[in-house]
Write a protein that binds this ligand. Structure first.
Ligand code: ATP
Ligand code: MG
Length: 326
């Protein structure tokens, strides 16, 4: 795969506590990748680290390349061109991302000036086109609205318009629908799909909801406690989930048919960075735990094309396959 973005052994620690513990991830041009996991597992930090957006106290190591160009430690001028230009990010809290005292049209025009050198009437016309593209009704008039005059869903569309202003090759959307009600959520996800088709950009969709990414992505990465514990093409993940944590997330999805039942939440919580188990971080919550799980962190085991899982049960399956093949 000729990756657009490659993360290799990406590690982040805050005050000596590891928050990311070695992320390896490729995003191909035009591909949609979902990143799922419970709160605190490192979904946002992964992309903030790659884009150089973490506070100075964060210690970041490893590599994050954009078509071969290293981003970690790159000069500010390089990062300024990449951020919002080649890679755009929609941040987790849309309310705090729009400036409340600047009309929304101006905020889009500012992004156009920064990333495409557009000004005046040309920027205004392009801002209107972007508002049309993201489905803001009555776009010409809405350019002069203030953020507080729009609904949450419309503000999210403005955020997407700003993200599109630099014609990004990759859009990282961090929980773009969490704050929205269900109908609006679905509309925003459909919009992201349509935009991806129209523009050919790649998409990384971050969510704690496996259902959301399954509908919108080609491939899913499941994160737990600062690592990717399983990744697979969407259909494969649903057919053959291997990591018990993935199974736990699947168990928490409402069934499409059949009677309504209580959702099976995974008991327990994600370990804090300072209380990370020596072996598998999920072991304390895992129904399939065995003594070997506590000895060492399991590595990612390839199970099928594009499918790998970091669980000793996967290691056993891999060995079994090799034995059968031999
Ligand atoms: N600026 C920071 N200073 C210290 N610790 C941080 C900082 N940002 C993140 N962390 C820690 O890094 C870990 C990963 O956080 P991150 O925000 O990436 O989680 P997340 O998966 O995006 O969660 P959520 O679903 O709640 O957004 C957490 O333990 C968090 O407390
Ligand atoms: Mg987050």
């Amino acid at each position: 795969m000729n990756a657009l973005v490659s993360l290799r052994n990406l590690r982040v620690s805050f005050d000596g506590q590891a928050a990311l513990r070695g992320i390896d991830l490729d995003v191909a041009p035009g591909e949609a990748v979902g990143l799922v996991g419970e709160s605190g597992c490192g979904k946002s930090v992964t992309w903030l680290a790659a884009l150089g957006l973490l506070p100075a106290k964060a210690r970041v190591t490893g590599s994050a390349t954009l078509q071969g160009q290293e981003l970690l430690g790159a000069a500010p001028a390089v990062l300024d061109r990449v951020r919002g230009g080649r890679i755009a990010m929609i941040f987790q809290d849309p309310a705090s991302s729009l400036n409340p005292v600047i009309r929304i049209g101006r905020q889009v025009e500012e992004a156009l000036r920064l990333h495409r050198g557009m000004q005046g009437a040309a920027a205004r016309a392009e801002a209107k086109r972007l508002f049309d593209q993201v489905g803001i009704p009555d776009a010409a008039r809405r350019l002069d609205a203030w953020p507080h005059e729009l609904s949450g869903g419309q503000n999210q569309r403005v955020m997407i318009a700003i993200a599109l202003a630099g014609r990004p090759e990759l859009l990282v959307a961090d929980e773009p629908t969490t704050a929205l009600d269900v109908t609006i959520q679905a509309q925003i996800l459909t919009l992201l799909q349509d935009l991806r088709r129209e523009t050919g950009m790649a998409l990384v969709l971050i969510s704690h909801d496996l259902g959301v990414v399954a509908d919108s992505c080609d491939r899913v990465c499941v994160m737990y406690a600062g690592r990717i514990v399983e990744q697979a093409p969407v259909a494969r993940l649903f057919e053959a989930p291997t990591h018990p944590y993935t199974n736990g997330l699947l168990g928490a999805l409402p069934p499409l048919d059949g009677p309504r039942r209580r959702l099976a939440a995974i008991p327990g919580s994600v370990p804090e960075p300072w209380a990370m188990p020596k072996g598998c971080a999920f072991a304390p919550r895992c129904a399939e735990r065995s003594p070997a799980c506590d000895i060492a962190v399991p590595g990612a085991v390839p199970l099928a094309p594009g499918h790998q899982a970091a669980c000793i049960r996967a290691t056993a399956m891999g060995l079994l396959k090799e034995t059968v093949a031999a």
